[in-house]
Design a protein around this ligand. Structure first.
Ligand SMILES: Cc1cc2nc3c(=O)[nH]c(=O)nc-3n(C[C@H](O)[C@H](O)[C@H](O)COP(=O)(O)O)c2cc1C
Length: 322
């Protein structure tokens, strides 16, 4: 069996990588001597992610996951990151003289998951933060409570912006009856919503009701629903870095998934709060708070801790159905 055929047999594990809105924007193309990582523009989020920060972070997370999965299978594979916009190619996976050096395994990849419900109080152990930084991530820690008001503002912006709500609607699967419930997107269970909450949200952001919802103060109401999210003593981590090229954002996405895997191995989950960066006002406030170099910006924001309830395993499109 060629290394490419061997790698291909593990594609479903690679697809466990995280992506914004669980869009799984990646597309693998197998050639005779390489595995090319492309992105599918129909799975990008042009309105929520106009700078494509989350797209390239997600592609980086996928590439790192591919390398971990290959290493776990004993396959010597490396990634050549070079973005080609005309063919929408992010990287090539190529044979390597040695197996990728990573502390993570297939089990790490399979066990990692986001958790969006309640977290037990407790801030991140400084030794853990130091271990995460050693994985090549520049992380800043902020107490959860300091972001209560900015998160409410970002949520009001998110639920009040029709194009962003349109993309949320397209990727939310608020009922198990949704035809893509097992495949992609954000399910009610993944978002830790009760049946009543999911039904209410579906009714408020449905295409017909949303214009009225928006006029009658629905965005503030929806934002209020997540107000309690950060009202406990916990940690929010902010990944910062220079994002001048798509390649550099991909590298940050690789570091991001290493951090999430390392947290997961310690029984800690993450809950990204990207709306804080998508909303220009709160992104500006956050950037001011952090002592950043001129070319640096916050790239990912997530709370981390021990979830009160075991999070569910999120949906993925099987490689056989691509
Ligand atoms: C770049 C990036 C941004 C994300 N932003 C958010 C976010 O703002 N809110 C959220 O709840 N999840 C966010 N996520 C988490 C994804 O929704 C999650 O990875 C996906 O639904 C798959 O679930 P899993 O990570 O539990 O496997 C983000 C993930 C990535 C990689």
């Amino acid at each position: 069996m060629t290394w490419i055929a061997a790698f291909r047999s593990h594609e479903d594990d690679c697809r466990r990588a995280p992506s914004a809105h669980n869009t799984q924007p990646w597309a693998l193309r197998y050639t005779d001597d390489a595995v090319d990582v492309h992105w599918d523009p129909s799975r990008a989020l042009p309105d929520s992610d106009p700078t494509r920060r989350d797209l390239f972070l997600s592609l980086g997370a996928f590439i790192e996951t591919c390398l971990v999965v290959a290493a776990s299978a004993g396959l010597p594979v490396r990634a050549d990151i070079a973005v080609d916009h005309s063919s929408q190619r992010a990287a090539r996976l190529l044979p390597s003289p040695s197996v990728y050096d990573t502390p993570f395994t297939l089990t790490s990849v399979q066990q990692r998951r986001c958790a969006r419900g309640g977290y037990a109080p407790g801030t991140l152990d400084p030794a853990v933060l130091a271990a995460l930084t050693a994985l090549g991530a520049d992380l800043r820690q902020v107490p959860t409570r300091t972001l209560v008001a900015p998160l409410a503002a970002a949520d009001r912006w998110m639920f009040g912006t029709p194009e962003v709500v349109g993309e949320l609607r397209a990727w939310m699967r608020l009922s198990p009856k949704h035809p893509r419930y097992q495949l992609d997107g954000l399910t009610d269970q993944a978002m830790a919503l009760s049946r009543i909450e999911a039904t209410g949200l579906a009714a408020m952001i449905g295409p017909r009701a949303y214009p009225l919802t928006r006029r009658l103060g629905g965005p503030a109401l929806l934002a209020a629903a997540s107000k309690g999210l950060l009202r406990y003593d916990g940690s929010v981590l902010i990944l910062v870095g220079s994002a001048v090229t798509p390649e550099s954002v991909i590298e940050h996405g690789r570091a991001l998934v290493r951090v999430w895997l390392a947290l997961s191995e310690r029984g800690l989950n993450v809950h990204p709060l990207s709306q804080l960066l998508d909303c220009a006002a709160t992104a500006g406030q956050l950037t001011e708070k952090l002592d950043l170099a001129p070319d640096e910006s916050p790239l990912a924001v997530f709370r981390t801790g021990r979830p009160l309830k075991e999070p569910i395993r999120s949906a993925r499109i099987p490689a056989s159905q691509v």
